[in-house]
Design a protein around this ligand. Structure first.
Ligand code: PEP
Ligand code: MG
Length: 889
């Protein structure tokens, strides 16, 4: 294969092979934008290197060939003592992983070429500063030397001179620092700093390849669900210098505000600085707008390029650029990350600008973003004590205890505390703490700093650059203006949408998007902002194009009514077990204890009117829409007292010589019903087969409720569902009982009752024999919770605590299969059952009511296997509607 591509050979669709950076550098080159020349080594070369530990055959020759062309076009040779070509060696994977992998700048400098650079630039200080940066970066990333050694050395040099700023070190100081750095390399790497330019380059390429697998990159990928087998490309780019005087500089820019989506000029600029200085947020930048005063020509050209890029990509672009002595260079562009609110706003703006259509717009947003917009936010009317103003880096309302380091963040959050990670600035080593924290607060760095970029990517609340705060990580104190001291463990609240920081806990309220879904906020009214209007348009389009309907899992009329306001088109799962709890528990206890038929029937007779009333209310709330009611599922012992508690009570009573006959009988029953594996025991349809009258009572309550609704002028659409069926005979047994009950109810009520009888498919055997089951069942609803449990053979109640974290850490899972459907295993069973079921019974209605019904990724899968509906908790109904719409386009 071809391992190396010149920028001119690349384009934006080659991200798999060339990474995002390489593909887009190619695209910009083709657009005729000022990109420094260079070439890209493919991700395939990286994967081959990672597999074998050496460069694949042919790579070195291809690099030589491209390097020769680069040298020719620049009219300079790499590391030439007289006039050296210098290059940067930059990582760049398919998906952006900000700050997670390595980059080495100024490759090609050595003891001789540093003089050539000094002569050519007419600036000795600059040349030695560039050289010491190379040794430092190379030492850290290629030779694995702890960066502190270099930082200590530069601090010492400044102390010796009595200055505090790097810029106050002169050429001689830097020349000396280079010597010190070379000694550090010799001492800690056991080798001298390589003087051969090509050796420098090859070693840097290796280090970039290897940085694909650094622990922080691995964690980041897991968090972002980026596959671990993609590898990174490597970009070799001719160096341009932003640190060659005050007429030079480097910056980042966005074509729209990535936080709000508003159009305008957004970005940061740093004069006389190189590359990563801006992104790292180490020195304070000026707003991009100020560049107009500093260098109007470059500023105008940049704005022109930004417009070109936005129209070309038809989306928000983010950009890294450098100005070298008044000449603008584009170092990177990509379709930029954005907050959820910005995603919705930008998508509709682009439609209005005629750049994209609604179908495309729908694909520019997703269900996870909508879910984020539905988060609660701080109550503006509540009393709040604001202690600082930072930048609104990533929205959300986070409340938690202040911690000052990643370790404590992880430790406290594991013990159930909510924490806010407070740092001066974050770096990639803080990643674990950022994941554990509810929010992130920094005192330095702009919206493009590491903290801001990573937090936005993770959908985590972040306020950055709150400069009035003094973060003292050693004393573990946060000092705010007016003498306010916040100690570790004190509670603060941060608002990622406004950048405000409050002392103590601020109460939260519903988001306007939720109020909109509730019908309290009309998208057309003046009170609605453009975000509500954007969501409204997007939902309208999604509803118009989606094929699957969306139902809800609801057991109470209140939940049913809310879900209906949120757009639910029926109930996909009413779990009747809650109707057996609370005050009704004692009735159930008596039912279980009944030792004669009469007694049992008496208890069932007492439950019947209660259940009937439940169903009447539920059917009323969902009038006209299908309501799937599931017969009792959990094992009976769940309705009895805890075995240990009860044993103690009985033992104490006995020792006191008291006669507690009832407790004793109860204890016997608990023992009788006790199961080692209740999840695999007497539950679901098995209860219906074993306990006479139980399912009949429920069916009667349902059908009598339906009859009453009809008499009241309602339109009940009842679907009775049998849980945990593994074989068709079990289902058939229960079905015959229900049909018998229906006959009686029809006669008794003298009404014409229509209803369906179907089953859950939540055991592998049911999925594999779905054709037989479909002979008898009128609909299927996939119970993917139990289906996941039984397919993998792990208990849904125990495994998350027991070993899932280890599985996630080792990358065996990217995400828990209880959260997002395991397409290859559990999903395959769903597909098989859907096919077999439909082959047997034409038009068999298929739905899903496990938790996966509201998971955006799983909704996409259910569309692909052709289910008729998904059912999820009320709050996820809008998310499922949006995803179901996206799934069709
Ligand atoms: C399921 O198993 O997916 C299901 C919906 O039923 P439950 O969660 O009540 O077991
Ligand atoms: Mg189940």
């Amino acid at each position: 294969p071809k391992f190396v591509y010149a920028f001119a050979e690349a384009n934006k669709d080659m991200k798999d092979l060339l990474g995002g950076k390489g593909a887009n550098l190619g695209e910009m080159t083709r657009l005729g934008l000022p990109v420094p020349p260079g070439f890209t080594i493919t991700t395939e070369a990286c994967l081959a290197y990672l597999a074998d530990g050496e460069f694949p055959k042919g790579l070195a020759d291809e690099v030589s060939e491209q390097l020769a062309k680069l040298e020719q076009s620049m009219g300079k040779r790499l590391g030439d003592p007289g006039d050296p070509l210098l290059v940067s060696v930059r990582s760049g994977a398919k998906y952006s992983m900000p700050g997670m992998m390595e980059t080495v700048l100024n490759v090609g400098l050595n003891d001789e070429s540093v003089h050539g650079l000094a002569r050519q630039a007419g600036d000795e200080r600059f040349a030695f500063d560039s050289y010491r940066r190379l040794i430092q970066m190379f030492g850290k990333t290629v030779l694995d030397i702890d960066g502190e050694h270099f930082e200590d050395a530069i601090d010492e040099a400044k102390n010796a001179k009595g200055v505090t700023n790097d810029l106050d070190l002169d050429a001689d100081d830097l020349r000396q620092l280079v010597e010190t750095y070379k000694k550090i390399v010799q001492e800690h790497a056991g080798r001298s700093f390589p003087q051969q330019p090509r050796e420098q380059m090859d070693l840097a390429v290796r280090a970039v390849f290897e940085s694909w697998n650094t622990p922080r990159a691995v964690i980041y990928r897991r968090q972002e669900r980026i596959p671990s087998d993609l590898g990174t490309a490597v970009n070799i780019v001719a160096m341009v210098f932003g640190n060659i005087g005050m007429d030079s500089g480097t910056g980042v820019a966005f074509t729209r505000d990535p936080a709000s989506g508003a159009q305008g000029i957004y970005g940061d600029y740093l004069q006389n600085a190189q590359g990563e200085d801006v992104v790292a947020g180490i020195r304070n930048t000026v707003p991009l707008r100020d560049l107009e005063k500093i260098d109007k020509r470059s500023y105008d050209e940049l704005l022109q390029i930004m417009q070109t890029l936005e129209e070309h990509y038809r989306d928000l672009c983010d950009i890294e650029f450098t100005i070298e002595r008044g000449k603008l260079w584009m170092l990177q562009t990509r379709v930029g990350k954005r907050t959820a609110a910005a995603a919705f706003r930008i998508a509709t703006q682009l439609v209005d600008q005629g750049l994209i259509d609604m179908t495309e717009a729908l694909n520019r947003v997703n269900g996870a973003q909508l879910a984020q917009l539905m988060f609660p936010r701080f109550d503006e009317k509540a009393e709040r004590r604001k202690i600082a103003q930072g930048m609104n880096a990533s929205p959300g309302a986070a409340v938690g205890k202040v911690v000052f380091d990643s370790y404590t963040a992880v430790k406290w959050s594991r013990s159930g505390e909510k924490v806010i990670l407070v740092r001066r600035e974050t770096n990639p080593d803080d990643l674990n703490g950022m994941i554990a924290a509810s929010g992130i607060l920094t005192s330095r760095g702009g919206k493009t700093s590491h903290a801001a970029v990573v937090a936005r990517g993770m959908g985590k609340t972040c306020v950055c650059g709150a400069e009035e705060l003094d973060v003292d990580t050693k004393q573990r104190i946060l000092r705010a203006p007016h003498g306010v001291l916040v100690h570790e463990g004190d509670v603060i609240s941060i608002d990622g949408a406004t950048g405000e920081v409050f002392l103590g806990e601020v109460p939260v309220v519903d988001s306007p998007i939720v109020r909109y879904f509730e019908g309290e906020l009309d998208a057309k009214s003046d009170n609605a902002d453009d975000l509500v209007r954007a969501v409204d348009r997007m939902m309208g389009h999604a509803d118009g194009v989606r094929r699957m309907s969306v139902r809800t899992n609801a057991d109470t009329p209140e939940d049913a009514a809310r879900a209906r306001r949120f757009g639910a088109q029926g109930i996909g799962l009413c779990r009747t077990e809650h109707m057996f709890l609370g005050e009704r528990r004692s009735l159930v206890e008596h039912l279980i204890l009944a030792d004669t038929d009469e007694e049992r029937e008496r208890q069932l007779g007492e439950l019947l009117p209660l259940q009937r009333q439940d169903f009447i209310e539920l059917l009323e709330a969902m009038d006209g829409l299908p309501v799937t009611i599931r017969l009792l599922d959990p094992p009976l012992h769940e309705f009895l007292p805890d075995i240990t508690e009860l044993s103690v009570r009985v033992a104490v009573a006995e020792s006191r010589g008291e006669n507690r006959e009832n407790d004793l009988r109860l204890l016997q029953a608990v023992h009788r019903l006790h199961e080692q594996n209740p999840m695999l025991g007497l539950r679901g349809v098995r209860l219906g087969v074993v306990i006479p009258g139980l399912f009949q009572m429920q069916a009667r309550a349902i059908l009598e409720a339906a009859a009453q609704r009809i008499k009241a002028g309602g339109v009940p659409r009842v679907e009775i569902m049998v849980p945990l069926v593994a074989n068709v005979q079990e289902f058939e047994t229960v079905k015959q009982d229900i049909i018998q009950v229906a006959r009686e109810v029809r006669e008794q009520e003298a009404t014409h009752l229509e209803f369906l009888i179907g089953t859950m498919i939540e055991l592998p055997r049911a999925a594999l024999t779905a054709d037989q089951i479909a002979e008898s069942a009128e609909f299927f609803s996939f119970g993917t919770n139990d289906l996941t449990q039984t397919t993998w053979g792990f208990s849904r109640d125990d495994v998350e605590a027991a070993f899932f974290s280890a599985y996630l850490e080792k990358g065996i899972f990217g995400v828990s299969p209880f959260e997002s459907i395991d397409r290859e295993g559990v999903g395959e069973l769903v597909r098989i059952a859907a096919e077999k079921g439909r082959a047997q019974r034409q038009g068999l209605k298929l739905g899903v009511c496990g938790e996966h019904g509201g998971d955006p990724d799983s909704v996409q899968f259910f569309e692909s296997v052709g289910l008729d509906y998904v059912s999820c908790s009320p709050f996820r109904v809008p998310v499922a509607r949006l995803e179901a719409g996206r799934a069709t386009s």
